[in-house]
Design a protein around this ligand. Structure first.
Ligand code: SF4
Length: 306
């Protein structure tokens, strides 16, 4: 039973470790069509619960071996906020972590609950999923437990954001023909304008899914990103970029494109040919564009003070 996984090195997080709060089996209140884990019945509470002591022993052992860990991600084969001792566990982790940054990845199904919000306050970064803004979509895509209501998720996130001053990242996973309709994107856009998260990662299926569903292409994700308000900090998080042919952008095209949607260095690498990259650099050097960091990602944006 592997409670700790890693360390792995990533450009964004540095050297990081993961903690799996449900190492024995999938325990989740969703059964998403796109889940990387096999389909499983939904549950509202963990059936198999490992002790805080067991987790801390495993963590302390590995921190003893690796003194240069930068980040610690709390996750699960399932939903980590269903772990009943999450708050106590975070108190213990916070006693030993030093400068290590902590991150949790949650489906947000219980974010309206006071005790869950209190536990999440104990992290340095919170990343919440929000695939759907409507009840029908949540039922179809995330196949949630009947007790879960999308309106509670949305109001819970707003209440949490009020209290949480550290980075709050929203992740939307788009599935072809399921949550990529105009109406759903419009509803997500309206809601996210109210929420004002630190960053919004949009992606699609990257690994074999639990059920037969299809991913979107990078072009389709980019088209979706343009449907959101230009003020929203959207990052296209997908590995499916390889088929794109780099294009030529004039300086005016670059300014116009970035007015609609800030781009990351990764986007630039995919979309821009070599000459366009040089033009982009000239615009940065001349102060017409600037680079803004949002929780680990650099975005090229228009310098509106110019
Ligand atoms: S919330 Fe995560 S673990 Fe649970 S079913 Fe969805 S993708 Fe799988």
């Amino acid at each position: 039973m592997n409670i700790i996984f890693g360390p792995v090195n990533s450009r964004r997080f540095g050297k990081s470790l993961g903690i799996d709060l449900s190492p024995s089996k999938k325990q989740c209140n969703f059964d998403c069509l796109y889940c990387e884990l096999a389909p499983a019945p939904v549950m509202d509470a963990y059936e198999d619960v490992i002790s805080v002591e067991e987790i801390m022993n495993a963590l302390n052992n590995i921190l003893g071996e690796h003194q240069d860990i930068d980040a610690l991600t709390i996750t699960a084969n399932g939903e980590p906020t269903l772990y009943p001792h999450l708050s106590v566990l975070m108190d213990e982790i916070n006693k030993v972590k030093g400068t290590i940054q902590t991150l949790i990845l949650s489906n947000a199904a219980n974010i309206h609950k006071e005790n869950i919000q209190e536990s999440l306050q104990k992290f340095d970064t919170v990343k919440l999923s929000l695939d759907c803004a409507s009840k029908r979509c949540l039922k179809r895509l995330d196949r949630a437990s009947s007790k879960i209501d999308v309106e509670n998720i949305k109001s819970g996130m707003l209440a949490f954001k009020e209290k949480f001053s550290k980075p709050l990242i929203i992740e939307i996973l788009f599935v072809k023909g399921v949550n990529d309709a105009e109406e759903e994107i419009k509803a997500l856009n309206e809601y996210l304008l109210r929420l004002k998260p630190t960053r919004i990662d949009i992606g699609t299926i990257d690994r074999p899914p639990a059920y037969y569903v299809e991913p979107l292409s990078y072009e389709a994700l980019r088209a979706i990103s343009l449907k959101f308000d230009a003020s929203l900090p959207i990052y296209i998080a997908t590995r499916k970029k390889v088929d794109i042919k780099a294009s030529s952008y004039s300086s005016e095209d670059i300014l116009e494109t970035l007015k609609k949607r800030p781009l990351t260095q990764e986007d630039i690498d995919v979309l821009f040919d070599a000459k366009s990259k040089n033009r982009l650099q000239v615009l940065v050097d001349n102060g017409l564009l600037k680079i803004e960091n949002s929780s680990g990602y650099n975005f090229f944006v228009q310098n509106i003070s110019e």
